[in-house]
Design a protein. Structure first.
Length: 235
């Protein structure tokens, strides 16, 4: 019985993927047609805003993924060096590790001779710098999220004005002409909202990623001070 169920399972999977591909292609085709119908001027501006927002978002995502280091492994390497009193070895482990957490711990180890207060002060100061670098570009993504629907609404208002201008010029309400103008006006709002929704998803993901890195940074900083105390690095 199992022998016959496998081909049916594969056939069902292939059918599902094929139907999903056709649905995606048709949806994209409809989206492209509606984009063209919306008028090139405002639609082009909304598209540029979306592209710029995606560019900033992808840059942040790539940078933050690179910045995400294995802090447990780093602290373990630091602990191995500090057990023998080798502060320079611990600093080398930080230098060989990518990411803001390693940079913050490196700055803390540099101030090992200044006591716990000096280490904590260095960590806090340099941690603030690293947080600023992590959040770099977020203000632009937030700006694009705000601009996209505003451009859509502006296109809607201008389209409605044009529709009323048509009514005023003809002296009567011609449903086909008025409906065409209103449709163009509403399409700009739809695409403005779509652009804002897409960028908002990326923005929330980036913010959650930054929060995760900052939390790891704080936990590692506390762990570093504890390791230095346990291994009697402070004199």
């Amino acid at each position: 019985m199992r022998k016959y169920s496998v081909p049916f399972l594969v056939l069902g999977l292939v059918t599902f993927v094929t139907e999903a591909s056709f649905a995606a292609d048709s949806s994209f085709q409809v989206l492209k047609e509606k984009f063209i119908e919306g008028g090139w001027f405002f639609m082009s501006i909304v598209l540029v805003v979306l592209i710029l927002g995606l560019a900033f978002s992808l840059e942040r995502i790539i940078t933050l993924n690179i910045a995400s280091a294995n802090t447990d492994k780093l602290l373990s390497a630091i602990d191995d060096s500090l057990k023998t009193g080798n502060v320079n070895g611990a600093m080398e482990a930080c230098k060989s590790t990518q990411g803001p957490t390693a940079s913050v711990l490196y700055e803390g180890l540099k101030r090992a001779g200044d006591g716990p207060e000096g280490v904590e002060k260095a960590i806090v100061s340099y941690g603030a710098v690293q947080m600023g670098l992590l959040e770099k570009g977020l203000i632009w993504i937030s700006l694009f999220i705000s601009i996209a629907p505003m451009l859509g609404f502006m296109g809607t208002v201008i389209g409605m004005i044009q529709a009323f201008d048509t009514i005023e010029a003809s002296g009567e309400i011609i449903p086909s002409e008025v409906a065409g103008g209103i449709k163009v006006a509403l399409l700009t709002t739809v695409f403005g909202l779509i652009a804002a929704i897409i960028l908002q998803v990326f923005y929330n993901y980036i913010v959650s990623k930054v929060d995760g890195i900052v939390t790891k940074m704080e936990e590692s900083s506390i762990g570093l001070v504890d390791l230095m105390v346990e291994n009697k690095i402070f004199k």
